[in-house]
Write a protein that binds this ligand. Structure first.
Ligand SMILES: *[C@@H]1O[C@H](CO)[C@@H](O)[C@H](O)[C@H]1NC(C)=O
Ligand SMILES: *[C@@H]1O[C@H](CO)[C@@H](O)[C@H](O)[C@H]1NC(C)=O
Ligand SMILES: *[C@@H]1O[C@H](CO)[C@@H](O)[C@H](O)[C@H]1NC(C)=O
Ligand SMILES: *[C@@H]1O[C@H](CO)[C@@H](O)[C@H](O)[C@H]1NC(C)=O
Ligand SMILES: *[C@@H]1O[C@H](CO)[C@@H](O)[C@H](O)[C@H]1NC(C)=O
Ligand SMILES: *[C@@H]1O[C@H](CO)[C@@H](O)[C@H](O)[C@H]1NC(C)=O
Length: 454
């Protein structure tokens, strides 16, 4: 009885919590009563209405008492992470609550609230509730099933502990979210070791794996990125009908970010020179180089260029951003430059990996390919078997909701003891030395950390 009364009240008192689940699962007392009353006399209806009123009154009184009681009992509770508390009675048992940890000092881009995002995005499990409001579950962050920490916050905190949740429950999962290239964004603070229970990133070995792009077969099944992908073995056959080639320029590169590592730029200029020796051109657009013509860059790429230099912003393990789509979307062959094992990401014979050539050899190969249209056209055979697209960005939230519903995974212990090493596989020592630290505490933080930096 207590249970039922409470769930009815929950709906009455806090409309924002109203779970959108099939009516059959949420049949409340009042709904049942209503069904009965339809078939009964007016007198009975009158009785039921007054009874409901009385019921509500009693329930309201109970609710006030209960709230007051829990508030009082909360005050005395210590906020130590090991102290467990029973919330099973207080919130909707059907819902998993996800807190997006945010920081008032940073501009927030996240615009997700409630259960509807999971429904609207067609997740397989929809009984999740996401919010940035830390206080909705009795003002206690320990009541959330999962807390997501965005890497952009972690990197912007100079004094960590003051930004962290007050108190941590042993049953809840702290989720690391990072879609920035790890090589450019190492995390130095020691506090991240043994902090996260789950990871969400573009890396294969994440609990929630969310690549930037996806390759589907003609049945619409996602086949890559996947470490065990088996590409069709017909990808080296020439198929004349896939594209008509009327291109005139060899290689294009559109710079989005003007900062580029000098050794990378050096290699590009070397390639440019090597191509010139074959009477071919590498044209750079943006950042003070050529400007895209009036129409737009995409049309120009498609019409004029054989190859596109798809250079990743950072050379990081498993990091393949949407940069390659500039080529695939516009019938240009990508020359990939990145840290991923591309076999796991892109169809065989659909790209050229810069890594396997010197600048001179690559220029010679491009020249030969341009002069042999049937060889060039082979690079488009993938179009008969696959589509390559930007991945759905909400997919990670769907996966998180699914994981929270996986009783075995949710209830079993998981922790990233060596998180800094998991995220950044290079030498932390080189990355974490504060160059020209402005505050003494920045240096102290490093000195303290460095005992464990590998
Ligand atoms: C957070 O939720 C509480 C109810 O628990 C509400 O009073 C408050 O206005 C909410 N804050 C924001 C910023 O929506
Ligand atoms: C993380 O932060 C970035 C940059 O502020 C933002 O674009 C992204 O939506 C955030 N993602 C999540 C899951 O919080
Ligand atoms: C984080 O801090 C760095 C430097 O402290 C700054 O450049 C960057 O814009 C900040 N990020 C956000 C999301 O505010
Ligand atoms: C290629 O050109 C031929 C003849 O002009 C045309 O019939 C065919 O549809 C074109 N194919 C594509 C993929 O544009
Ligand atoms: C989450 O990780 C923390 C820190 O390692 C650990 O204390 C806690 O027991 C873990 N919780 C779960 C549910 O795995
Ligand atoms: C460094 O470590 C010492 C001793 O463990 C501690 O007292 C001090 O607060 C730490 N400093 C910083 C900046 O973390």
């Amino acid at each position: 009885m207590r249970q039922r009364m409470h769930s009815l009240l929950f709906i009455e008192m806090k409309p924002t919590f109203l779970p959108i689940v099939p009516a059959t699962r949420r049949e409340t007392t009042s709904q049942k009563m209503y069904l009965v009353s339809r078939t009964e006399t007016f007198a009975k209806l009158f009785f039921i209405v007054s009874f409901t009123g009385l019921f509500m009154y009693v329930a309201l009184a109970f609710y006030s008492f209960h709230t007051a009681y829990t508030t009082v009992s909360q005050v005395g509770k210590d906020q130590d992470s090991s102290s467990e508390h029973d919330d099973s009675d207080r919130f909707d048992k059907d819902l998993k609550y996800i807190l997006l940890w945010t920081d008032k000092s940073l501009k927030e881009h996240v615009n997700l609230e409630g259960q509807s995002p999971f429904i609207e995005n067609g997740c397989s499990e929809i009984n999740c509730y996401i919010t940035t409001n830390r206080t909705i579950l009795n003002q206690d962050v320990r009541n959330f099933d999962a807390v997501i920490f965005n890497i952009s916050l972690l990197l912007n905190w100079s004094r960590w502990p003051i930004h962290l949740p007050k108190g941590r429950s042993q049953r809840q999962k702290y989720v690391f979210y990072g879609m920035e290239a790890s090589d450019d964004h190492p995390i130095c603070n020691l506090l991240v070791d043994n902090f996260f229970n789950w990871t969400w990133s573009y890396k294969f070995h994440s609990d929630i794996f969310t690549p930037f792009i996806e390759v589907k077969d003609m049945k619409g099944k996602v086949v890559a990125p996947n470490s065990n992908v088996l590409w069709s073995n017909s990808l080296t056959r020439t198929t004349n009908s896939v594209i008509n080639v009327t291109k005139t320029r060899a290689v294009a590169w559109i710079m989005d970010k003007c900062e580029i590592l000098s050794n990378k730029m050096l290699s590009i200029l070397k390639l440019k020179q090597a191509l010139k020796d074959h009477n071919l051109y590498l044209d750079i657009y943006g950042c003070g180089h050529f400007q895209c013509p009036q129409e737009d860059c995409k049309k120009m790429l498609q019409r004029d260029y054989y190859f596109y230099l798809a250079i990743e912003g950072a050379i990081s393990e498993d990091f393949v951003s949407t940069e390659v789509l500039k080529a695939y979307d516009n019938d240009v062959v990508p020359i990939v430059v990145g840290g991923a094992d591309y076999i796991k990401f892109l169809p065989d014979n659909s790209y050229i990996n810069f890594q396997y050539y010197t600048e001179e050899k690559l220029a010679a190969y491009l020249d030969y390919t341009i002069r042999n249209p049937s060889l060039y056209k082979e690079y488009f055979t993938w179009k008969k078997f696959y589509t390559i697209r930007k991945a759905n960005t909400f997919n990670g939230y769907c996966q998180l909701c699914k994981l929270l519903n996986d009783k075995k995974k949710f209830n079993s212990f998981s922790s990233y003891a060596d998180f800094r090493k998991w995220w950044f596989t290079g030498s932390l020592k080189n990355k974490c030395i504060p160059k020209g630290a402005e505050r003494y505490t920045d240096l102290l933080g490093y000195l303290n950390d460095s005992s464990r930096i590998g």
